[in-house]
Design a protein around this ligand. Structure first.
Ligand SMILES: Nc1ncnc2c1ncn2[C@@H]1O[C@H](COP(=O)(O)OP(=O)(O)OP(=O)(O)O)[C@@H](O)[C@H]1O
Ligand SMILES: [Mg+2]
Length: 280
């Protein structure tokens, strides 16, 4: 067995993916701590969970913010190849969808946007926003004393964001221009004494999903990519985030695709880059 590993040391979570040829044959994740500990831990966990041995690994690609702080050139005696995070996000987005061109929106702790053309021939970082998964968790902790996305989402599913957000219809009595009445006019603009924890939780998901969704859609219009928006990152595992983003996209006549295993996009992109380089 000959494996290429991609390890993405994200701000919150370290992901590892194993490729055999072009096939994904394993993935796993652990919390990010010290970068060497996180990378070694993720690799060890991947091997243990899938019954692989160290000798099965040909080479390891590392990427993500934490990879910059790795002060070593090899792990377990296996050489490491640094892959630029933007390139990894772009290549991963193309690999997960088979698209020729895409606006890849990486929704992790923060949010980064990458424009890819020509199946990865051109990959460009166009910016992003500090609103992302970290915002969701930070506000959940601060306002509701909830410490995980799961706990926050369980609460939010029972809530009604209309007790917290002002809708366009609240202000104008109905739709305004292209915006329907049920769209948000002001996130958190209507927090009243009637707002329950459930409603506040739902409004936090709305805030993050809508801000990222609007930004992604507007960016897509600059590049003519309204049908090529690909959302990835662990935050896309949240049903409520996906719903908020899809609702925003439909208002502006755009489409957002949420590929399976999107949380592993960056790790996968790094592994693909390695596999491509070494098979040339
Ligand atoms: N079970 C879950 N379902 C949905 N979202 C989750 C879950 N667990 C964590 N998250 C969200 O995912 C975010 C982390 O996503 P991800 O692992 O893609 O980021 P990262 O790579 O660590 O960060 P960055 O890319 O910004 O450096 C967390 O901030 C949290 O909001
Ligand atoms: Mg990341």
């Amino acid at each position: 067995m000959k494996l290429y590993l991609g390890v993405d040391i994200g701000s919150s979570i370290t992901k590892a993916v194993a490729l055999e040829g072009k096939n994904i044959v394993g993935f796993t994740s652990i919390a990010t701590t010290d970068p060497i500990a996180a990378a070694s831990g993720a690799i060890g966990k991947l091997l243990a969970e899938h019954g692989y041995k160290l000798e099965d690994i040909l080479r390891i690609a590392v990427t993500g913010g934490g990879a910059r702080f790795l002060k070593v050139r090899e792990l377990f005696g296996i050489p490491l190849t640094m892959v630029d995070e933007v390139e990894a996000i772009g290549l991963g987005g193309i690999a997960l969808t088979g698209k020729r061109r895409a606006l890849v929106v990486s929704m992790g702790t923060g949010t980064a946007m990458v424009v890819v053309e020509g199946y990865g021939g051109s990959i460009k970082h166009i910016g992003g926003t500090g609103v992302g998964g970290g915002t969701l968790l930070g506000l959940g902790r601060l306002l509701l004393n909830k410490h995980s996305v799961e706990a926050l989402e369980n609460l939010a599913e029972k809530g009604d964001p209309r007790r917290v957000d002002i809708t366009v219809a609240d202000i104008a009595g109905g739709p305004v221009g292209i915006v329907p009445g049920e769209a948000t006019a002001s996130n958190f603009g209507k927090v009243s004494d009637e707002a329950r924890d459930e409603d506040i939780a739902a409004a936090i998901f709305n805030l993050v999903g809508q801000v990222v969704g609007v930004l992604a859609v507007f960016a897509s219009k600059i590049y003519g990519m309204e049908r090529d928006i690909v959302a990835v990152g662990k935050l896309t595992s949240s049903k409520l985030i996906v719903k908020a983003m899809k609702d925003v996209a439909s208002i502006f006549d755009a489409e957002i695709c949420f590929p399976n295993n999107g949380g592993y996009c960056t790790a996968l992109g790094a592994a693909y880059k390695l596999a491509k380089e070494l098979s040339l």
